[in-house]
Design a protein around this ligand. Structure first.
Ligand code: NDP
Length: 334
């Protein structure tokens, strides 16, 4: 059946602290008509990512804010519906669809044809997409780990953390994950092959983490901040490196919580480096090649958390900010 409307999720208002369902609004628009050089894409999977929380605020950030009443921004993979652009034919799978919506008209230059033999299409939003590339940049450029060193990563079962830990393992590190709950920790050790994984919600977590890192921590891949960061900090060895990738536990906090103690940074000669994956444009293709090879060889594992239906996107996104997702969160736009 031909679809005649374009369901969308709009930003209804700016959240005050933690976002709530009323901050979003479901709407329907006409299916867009592609302009010259554009391709009409039926989005099939929408990626939900923590950075979207920042875009709901007015404040200036590395990602521009979504206007009130505008379609929530987000990466999609989908199939070409119609195209007057050479190289794009109906039915082909592409990355580059945009927004929490079923259809987008996208400039052909912003689209990339997907290799259906490399992985299922949704994997290009997670393990072989932006989150996987983030893990690759963080572990190879920002805070590389040496063989035999201890590498700790938070949100270890998630889209970025799961890949970061597996890359560190390939680099010869002892890898310790931190995740929320026993099921996630079991997945991280049994499926992903980390040496240990600690539940940050369990009583005695800081002591358990210290026991799991008897030689201290040489590299910390920071994804969450807050109480987890405070538990890792005292374990950092002299000359330890910290890749500050994300601080998801703090994104809705107003005012932002105080940061780590800089005296310790001086005394231990720590290196802290924040990074944004978009500053490393060559890394995406590099990681797609490496990651696809590792997937084929069985050296790289991933897990997706697939929610069905655009109308469930707001609830799923709120869950992501509270740790209710288990694996890369994507919405199947059925
Ligand atoms: P995940 O798939 O890891 O999902 C987010 C996870 O964060 C949750 O599952 C939960 O895991 C954890 N979390 C959420 N709230 C809290 C909390 N209050 N305390 C502790 N943990 C919490 O998301 P991604 O892999 O997509 O993103 C991970 C991080 O990487 C985010 O901070 C994100 O902003 C950042 N990022 C940065 C990029 C960059 O360029 N710098 C690019 C992409 C992502 P658990 O239940 O295990 O605690």
């Amino acid at each position: 059946m031909t679809e005649t409307t374009n369901p969308q999720v709009l930003l209804a208002r700016r959240p005050a602290g933690e976002p709530v369902p009323e901050d979003f609004r479901l709407a329907e628009a006409p299916v867009p008509v592609p302009g010259p050089g554009e391709v009409l894409v039926r989005n099939r999977f929408l990626s939900l990512d923590p950075y979207m929380r920042g875009r709901m605020n007015e404040a200036k950030s590395y990602a521009p804010p979504v206007a009130i009443g505008a379609v929530m921004g987000g990466r999609c993979v989908g199939q070409v519906v119609s195209s007057a652009v050479e190289g794009f034919a109906p039915g082909q799978w592409v990355a580059g669809g945009e927004g929490w919506q079923h259809f987008s008209a996208v400039p052909a230059a912003a689209l990339r044809l997907l290799d259906p033999d490399a992985a299922p299409p949704s994997a290009f939003l997670g393990v072989l997409g932006m989150p996987g590339t983030t893990a690759w940049v963080g572990t190879t450029e920002i805070a590389p780990v040496k063989p035999g060193e201890t590498f700790v990563v938070s949100a270890a079962s998630g889209a970025v953390g799961s890949v970061a830990g597996q890359i560190a393992r390939e680099m010869g590190a002892r890898v310790v994950g931190i995740a929320g709950g026993a099921a996630k920790c079991a997945f991280v050790t049994a499926e992903l092959g980390f040496d240990a994984c600690l539940d940050h919600r369990a009583p005695g977590f800081p002591e358990a983490l210290a026991a799991a890192c008897p030689d201290g921590v040489d590299v910390y891949f920071e994804n969450v901040g807050g109480a987890v960061q405070r538990a890792v900090w005292p374990l950092l060895n002299p000359f330890a490196r910290v890749a500050v990738c994300g601080l998801v536990s703090e994104y809705s906090a107003e005012p932002p919580p105080p940061g780590p103690n800089l005296r310790e940074m001086m005394g231990k000669r720590l290196t802290l480096r924040g990074f944004i994956v978009g500053d490393h444009p060559r890394a995406a293709a590099e990681w797609r090649d490496t990651g696809a090879r590792w997937l084929r060889d069985g050296r790289l594992k991933y897990r997706e958390d697939v929610v069905h239906g655009l109308s469930r996107a707001p609830e799923a996104f709120l869950g992501l900010l509270a740790g209710r997702n288990f694996g890369k969160l994507v919405v199947a736009l059925d």
